[in-house]
Design a binder for this molecule. Sequence first.
Ligand SMILES: *Cc1c(COP(=O)(O)O)cnc(C)c1O
Length: 347
Amino acid sequence: MNIKELIRPHLISLKPYSSARDEYTGKTGVFLDANENPFGSATSEAYNRYPDPLQKELKEKISGIKGVPAANIFLGNGSDEPIDLMMRAFCEPGNDNVIITPPTYGMYEVSAEINHVETRKAPLSADFQLREEEVLKMVDERTKLIFLCSPNNPTANRMNKAAVERILLSFRGIVIVDEAYIDFCDSPGFSGKLRDYPNLVILQTFSKAWGLAALRLGMAFASEEIIYFLNKIKPPYNINQATQQLALQAIENVEWKNQKVKEIIALREKLVDELGRIPKVEKIFPSEANFVLVKIQDAKSVFDSLIENKIIVRDRSRVTLCEGCLRITVGTEEENKALVAALEGKA
Ligand SMILES: *Cc1c(COP(=O)(O)O)cnc(C)c1O
């Protein structure tokens, strides 16, 4: 696979923005190159210096916990940023297309639309599995990206690994496997497979298991060639200094994340049991994530009555294959109790 044949041609010769600190990598010195404030910041913390554009220290730490070399890591302002950058790197607006497998995460299509890129849809099967033949049938010479999500949002299940690998092997474009919920699932995911598949891009995030949604930190793991082009087109300082520092702190505290993942999984199983006893709940789909998809009688009015109790879930009742379903995030013990009570009409 030659990435240079897939990338938008004008990006090959693009000269990226050269930041003030690109020429000097030392940590100490008299910095009069970036028009910063020499006195510090109008806060108790010093944020007056521009952050490391390539987040080297943070990538080394992430490499340590993920087992992915730092050179294969890209960091974005949430996963949403690498999703957008992949469109901008590979898809000619008004010409190229991407394939998604609904029901799935809404951002892929929105990002495609923003970039004026056609979205082709190969729906999952009724049991929410990939139909690889259907996916591959949609491919033409203008198909650049295929987005897969595993465990999938909003269905909460993992995609069949062999089917994902067959798509990776057959498709002569980039396959993006979004693993936002990988921490909640038993499978190791695809991060060990980067060497096998030069067209694989894996997305992970600090927004879910790590509890850092507000910081906006997403990861993409890919070949060095793909990372090179993402770095070339990204905004220079896309990860702010506070986020870099706080993410380093979080990684030192990985036990917290692992403990909370265990608790959330236990709470999920308990919630599934309790929801199963509610008569109007028709089906609870198996979950390998921190949410459950629930088919419920009269979903829209249940959704509205939950809102009246100030309990907010996600209404997926009009989404293909999710008709009549609500997507419910696993909360704390008390939050889940409040939800169940409201569903039983006891609130
Ligand atoms: C929540 C979620 C993300 C995370 O997005 P961020 O921008 O990193 O917060 C990515 N993909 C899927 C499928 C998600 O559900």
